[in-house]
Design a protein around this ligand. Structure first.
Ligand SMILES: Cc1ncc(COP(=O)(O)O)c(C=O)c1O
Length: 379
């Protein structure tokens, strides 16, 4: 089956009672046994649920993995994946990862005895240089959040393999429609399904997809033991969203490219971060390892925070809000919003400044988005 066919069909069509064309929602917390040895595959929803299972089969098929566990948030998925490691282990991560991931690593997990190095992954040699005998994991986000740096995933997984470390990729920004990290050698993929996979800004969720039996087993154990699985209703919503993933992402990308080209030429804009622009340092790499450039972009306004605030107040179609990947366009200010949980020093080290505005381009008509952004910049 081609990708978009899998989006629509994998995991669904299992209602033998009434032949419903969509997956039923099974809100039941518990399932009765026929006798002490027999049940129908589910006993308690924390451990497994038919609606959640449908989503998990679907997402595993989209990423090309052998198993998936759907979690209650993207952070729960990341927390779950990090349980592949133990206190004392050293993990290398990009220095410009999602702020919440940075907080989990640099604060919560560091205080539990895990050790992290945050490096500029734009050059894989920085990853090699950060290896220690205790390095057990390499955390990849590509393109990175919020500056859209493209990481050479195949080169980094090669380094991970040679060091005996597990590589994990957060594929939230592109979705499996545009990038399948397993094909580039990654061991474990995580998502915030809150974003493109659900796509309608009406659920928070996550997933961990695995390709090795031992990882699948451990992840399944942790999700159950820690109670991190998503609710049946949230699973159903994400499954509904996934069915339109391909057409949605195509529409998102059309708007992103039009907006990036306008911003790139606008005198009020200092710099545009969008891998679809030929001038972006990761453009050629993105062409190689991605099936499209995605719909996240950032730009620096010339005048700093006052300019950014003026743009936010004048925009009509773009709401000032965190999150991304929904059908409606959003703008946000990494300095005080998505990346506020990083220290000022860490933000500057990653290249995030007071001039940076991040955009999640929705599926509205590109002409309307371009016109709205232009009037906001020129006000
Ligand atoms: C790249 C990335 N990963 C993970 C997360 C966390 O996901 P959630 O908010 O669903 O917990 C986010 C949230 O913005 C994100 O942008």
């Amino acid at each position: 089956m081609q990708f978009q066919t899998r989006c629509v069909h994998v995991g669904v069509n299992k209602d033998t009672a009434y032949n419903s064309c969509i997956t039923p929602i099974y809100p039941s917390s518990t399932f009765y046994w026929d006798d002490l040895n027999t049940h129908k595959g589910y006993d308690y929803t924390r451990s497994g649920n038919p609606t959640r299972k449908a989503l998990e089969e679907n997402l595993a098929a989209l990423e090309g993995g052998i198993d998936c566990k759907a979690t209650c948030t993207g952070m729960a998925a990341i927390t779950t994946a990090m349980h592949l490691f133990r206190p004392g282990d050293h993990i290398i991560a990009g220095h410009d990862i999602y702020g919440g991931t940075y907080r989990l690593f640099a604060d919560v997990m560091t205080s539990q005895g895990y050790r992290f190095s945050f490096v500029n992954m734009g050059d894989p040699e920085n990853v090699r240089a950060a290896l220690t005998p205790e390095t057990k994991g390499i955390w990849i986000e590509s393109p990175s959040n919020p500056l859209l740096n493209v990481v050479d995933i195949a080169a980094i997984t090669e380094i991970a393999r040679s060091a005996g470390a597990v590589s994990v990729a957060d594929n939230t920004f592109l979705s499996p429609y545009l990038q399948r990290p397993f094909e580039l050698g990654v061991d474990v993929v995580v998502h915030s399904t809150t974003k493109y996979l659900n796509g309608h800004s009406d659920v928070v969720g996550g997933c961990v997809v695995t390709r090795h039996e031992e990882h699948a087993e451990r992840i399944g154990y942790i999700v159950n033991a820690m109670g991190l699985g998503c609710s049946p209703f949230d699973a159903w919503l994400v499954l509904r969203g996934v069915k339109t993933l391909g057409p949605r992402v195509e529409a998102h990308q059309r708007g992103a490219m039009a907006l990036a080209r306008m911003l790139d030429e606008h005198p009020a804009v200092d710099r545009v971060y969008y891998p679809g622009l030929e001038s972006h340092p990761g453009h050629e790499l993105a062409k190689r390892q991605q099936d499209g450039f995605g719909a996240m972009l950032s730009f620096d306004v010339k005048g700093g925070r006052p300019d950014a605030e003026r743009v936010f107040s004048r925009l009509k179609l773009f709401s000032l809000a965190e999150s991304l990947g929904g059908v409606e366009s959003l703008v946000e200010y990494p300095e005080t919003m998505s990346h506020a949980s990083m220290t000022l020093e860490a933000r500057r080290e990653a290249g995030i400044s007071e001039r940076t505005i991040r955009v999640s381009v929705g599926i509205e008509s590109p002409e309307d988005l371009v016109a709205d952004m232009r009037q906001a910049l020129e006000g």
